[in-house]
Design a binder for this molecule. Structure first.
Ligand code: NDP
Length: 351
């Protein structure tokens, strides 16, 4: 059985969801009340792979909202309590979605092994970052050529290069032979270490990298979407926005700057669940975060282990494995939907 731990994207959205479910007390409650609310197992689903195999899963709402990020103790408790509920519900492998994996790593929750009487079994949890990194790389290699970008000579900037997902993307993209990697983050030392381990890559400030990059992979945890001056970017430019919340605002899109929602996959058929309705997916019945899909893939493959765990441990072998399993079980990375070229001989008129 697989599990997904998630949360609402904002306090306002969480309250309106509570109202729609008939929880008036929560809908009217203030943030303090929400801080003390326990996690909820809100949905159970069955999912069938194209192989014919069916697995059962559950969605746990941690009742965390991003407005709680500054309340460190609350944020920690929300994640740990949701994990405890997943374990007590008998779930074999659970993905930590949204901010929950970042809270887990940043606050070093590995130290918090015991919740009340429950000893947490880390083998039952995965950050889902290996699959997320693989999906983002796949989005680069599948979509850059559609824009006429030759990856063998392209400059690919990775914003958040020293992070867990970013460093994995750098290793994978380097192996696939991209022209040059541009490494971006705030702290220099982790970038210098990454550059040394890659044996290549150029460390640049964000603005300098954007002025050169043909492809930009966004995998930073930015507090709010960045506004970018599209006129300074090389054209065409492909941007894969893999952060959560999304790193870019919509304003960056211009004629020759194309943004893909990064780290999102589409399943081969509708699932019949409600949980993605709040996540701003174009097709919430079959689209989901790649980290959630990792828990499903691990369950399909009966690999009940903390496959993605800790920081900067993602290997190329584990990315290759999860990528093959992802395709086998009917997941597809979201791509560009470009308008078809005009049929020769037709006249385009401005209406
Ligand atoms: P990490 O915390 O491991 O890495 C974050 C990286 O971003 C670091 O390199 C950090 O370096 C850099 N960074 C942070 N702030 C800035 C900034 N203002 N400007 C430039 N660089 C910055 O995170 P993960 O690798 O685990 O996750 C990366 C992103 O992917 C997150 O937003 C996460 O929510 C998202 N994600 C998406 C998933 C999906 O399914 N689609 C699944 C899992 C994660 P430094 O601190 O030195 O700046």
């Amino acid at each position: 059985m697989f599990g997904l731990i998630g949360h609402s994207t904002s306090f306002e959205e969480a309250r309106s969801k509570a109202r729609s479910l008939g929880f008036e007390e929560y809908a009217d409650g203030d943030l303090d009340m929400w801080c003390s609310a326990p996690p909820q197992l809100v949905e159970r689903v069955s999912v069938t792979s194209p192989t014919g195999q069916t697995i059962e899963g559950a969605y746990i709402d941690s009742v965390f909202v991003p407005e709680m990020l500054r309340r460190f103790k609350t944020a920690k408790r929300k994640v740990i309590k949701a994990m405890e509920l997943a374990q007590k519900s008998g779930i074999d492998i659970t993905a930590l979605g949204g901010f929950t994996s970042i809270i887990f790593e940043d606050f070093n929750l590995l130290k918090e092994e015991r919740v009340s009487a429950t000893a947490l079994d880390w083998q039952r949890f995965t950050t889902g970052n290996t699959h997320t990194a693989w999906v983002i790389c796949r989005q680069v290699v599948e979509n850059a050529p559609k824009l006429g970008i030759d990856l063998a000579s392209a400059k690919v900037a990775v914003v958040g290069a020293s992070g867990d997902i970013g460093s994995a993307c750098c290793r994978w993209l380097q192996r696939s032979g991209v022209g040059e990697l541009l490494l971006v983050a705030r702290r220099p030392q982790p970038l210098i270490d990454l550059q040394a381990s890659l044996g290549s890559g150029r460390i640049l400030a964000l603005e300098d990298a954007l002025a050169e990059a043909n492809v930009v992979v966004w995998v930073a945890s930015l507090p709010q979407g960045l506004s970018i001056d599209a006129s300074r970017l090389p054209k065409p430019c492909l941007m894969v926005d893999g952060g959560y919340p999304k790193n870019l605002d919509n304003k960056v899109v211009s004629d020759d700057v194309h943004v893909i929602k990064g780290g999102i996959v589409e399943f081969w058929q509708d699932i019949g669940w409600q949980m993605m309705e709040v996540a701003d997916m174009a097709k919430p019945q079959r689209q989901m975060f790649a980290c959630f899909a990792e828990a499903m893939i691990l369950d399909f493959e009966a690999r009940h282990t903390n496959f993605s765990w800790g920081r900067n441990n993602i290997s190329l072998e584990s990315m290759d494995w999860v990528g093959e399993a992802s395709l086998r079980h009917g997941f597809r990375a979201l791509g560009l939907e470009l308008a078809p070229p005009p049929i020769p001989g037709t006249v385009l008129s401005a209406v």
